[in-house]
Ligand binder design. Structure first.
Ligand code: PHE
Length: 465
């Protein structure tokens, strides 16, 4: 059904064009969802938060909070067909509320910029690891040598800064060209290839001798090991990994053809994303235990476990190269989603070309990125609140801004928008619609607020955690 504005006039269209098909949209959102969050971040924060119980909370958040938030974001995006700031203002007015809802879009724009500022640095690491792989640096290396390669690299802020610069240039390039060309192709090939490679690694992990211990760590819940702060981190990760809460999915939804099922598309993305994260965990943790590494090793975890595994495999140099190339691609398609809300906003609001907007936003992000570059060397000791600059940006965005964005987005879609508008976008008021509405009206916002209050200690300790 066509998307009409309130007066029932012309179907609304997006200034930036539309996805060529339903598949293109699913691939784009999957490309944005599957990234460093699945392969780099998920294993290391699961490791830092004790494994099994964390994973259960994470899965709960993905399906019961993440899924309704994602559907809300897409439906808002498609209805407004503008950048997240303008869409929220427009729909706020149209639904009889207020244009001030644009602030939610604005918070998303800022969150995207902040996240990409560190995301690009880690993506730079993967880029550098492509070269290290090609150079055969991991072949036959011991645990100590692999650790020294990682430490030596991240200590060198010039090298890390350079890699970050190259990655930002790649991202600016694609965003400047527009979302349709280039991106679709990359994802079409990247996601399946990444899964195949992960399966090969899984085979290696199974034969490494500690598969049982690794999987047990990932799947056996020990709720004593989980704090409310850990629950907040799990919830933040659910948002981060699904790319929700900051308008990326809303921006992509604006380019979605009217007839595509939002529920079906969201479900495909959520399942694919979760499967890849779990697969990554099942590859990483057996390797952690087989090599006597510490699961709570932090951001370096995959950059140590996987090279170690590749170094022992026949054909390891080849597989390592392919793996880090794919991971770079995965990061690239996510980085584009992180920039899109800001760029679409600049283009629409200040009538810039996409190229100008991408350069301006990209330049700002590049600069901010040095906060993270230096967090692993020069400024590693300059810690406050949650730790380094990197740790604070990560905490502020993933654990606060994204879930908060999720509260506003679900409240808007399920409380402010009238039933007719949301039902029209979600393909009629059937059973799935009622379930979405129930989750988006009550469960998602209340659960998020509850976890917030628990994590900052504002709720009494009726259950020990
Ligand atoms: N979902 C991406 C990942 O898991 C990160 C991301 C967050 C991308 C928000 C876009 C928007 O790596």
């Amino acid at each position: 059904m066509p998307v009409e504005d309130a007066a029932g006039k012309e179907p609304r269209t997006s200034l930036h064009g539309h996805w060529s098909s339903r598949m293109a949209f699913i691939l784009a959102v999957t490309g944005s969802a599957v990234g460093l969050g699945n392969i780099w971040k998920f294993p290391y924060i699961a490791g830092e938060n004790g494994g099994g119980a964390f994973v259960i909370v994470y899965l709960f958040c993905v399906f019961l909070i993440g899924m309704p938030v994602m559907m809300s974001e897409v439906l808002i995006g498609r209805r407004g067909r503008r950048n997240p700031v303008a869409t929220m203002a427009l729909l706020g007015e149209e639904e009889g509320s207020s244009r001030h809802w644009r602030l939610v879009g604005g918070m998303g724009v800022v969150a995207g910029i902040l996240i990409l500022s560190y995301y690009s640095v880690i993506a730079g690491w993967t880029l550098a690891y492509v070269l290290k792989s090609i150079g055969g640096e991991f072949a036959g290396a011991t645990r100590e040598q692999i650790g020294a390669i990682f430490g030596g690299f991240t200590d060198n802020w010039v090298a890390v800064g350079f890699a970050h610069t190259v990655f930002m240039a790649l991202t600016i390039f694609v965003v400047a060209r527009g979302v349709e060309r280039g991106l679709e192709q990359a994802v079409r090939f990247m996601v399946p290839a990444l899964v195949i490679l992960m399966l090969i690694l899984l085979g290696y992990a199974v034969s490494s001798g500690s598969f049982g211990a690794g999987v047990a760590f990932l799947l056996t819940p020990d709720f004593d090991a989980l704090t409310w702060d850990g629950v907040l981190v799990a919830m933040g990760q659910a948002f981060f990994t699904l790319s929700i809460g900051m308008g990326a999915v809303m921006a992509y939804g604006a380019y979605l053809p009217a007839e595509t099922s939002i529920t079906g598309a969201s479900a495909s993305v959520v399942i694919a994303d979760t499967a890849i994260a779990m697969l990554a965990g099942m590859v990483i943790f057996p390797l952690v235990f087989a090599n006597n590494l510490d699961p709570a090793d932090g951001p370096g975890l995959v950059f140590v476990t996987l090279p170690l595994a590749f170094g022992q495999m026949t054909g390891g140099t080849f597989f390592a190269t392919v793996f880090f190339v794919l991971l770079t691609f995965a990061a690239w398609t996510s980085a584009i989603g992180l920039m899109e809300p800001a760029v679409a906003w600049l283009v629409e609001r200040f009538h810039r070309t996409r190229a100008q907007a991408a350069l301006m936003i990209g330049g700002l992000i590049w600069l901010l990125g040095f906060g993270t570059v230096l967090s692993f060397n020069q400024l590693a000791g300059a810690t406050f609140y949650k730790g380094t600059i990197f740790q604070n940006i990560d905490h502020l965005t993933s654990n606060i801004m994204l879930p908060l964005g999720g509260v506003f987005i679900t409240v808007f879609a399920a409380w402010i928008m009238c039933r007719n508008s949301s039902a029209e976008e979600l393909g009629g008021a059937g059973r799935i619609y009622s379930l979405w509405r129930l989750l988006a009206r009550y469960l998602a916002p209340l659960a998020i607020i509850f976890v917030f209050l628990k994590a900052v200690g504002l709720l009494p300790d009726f259950a020990a955690a």
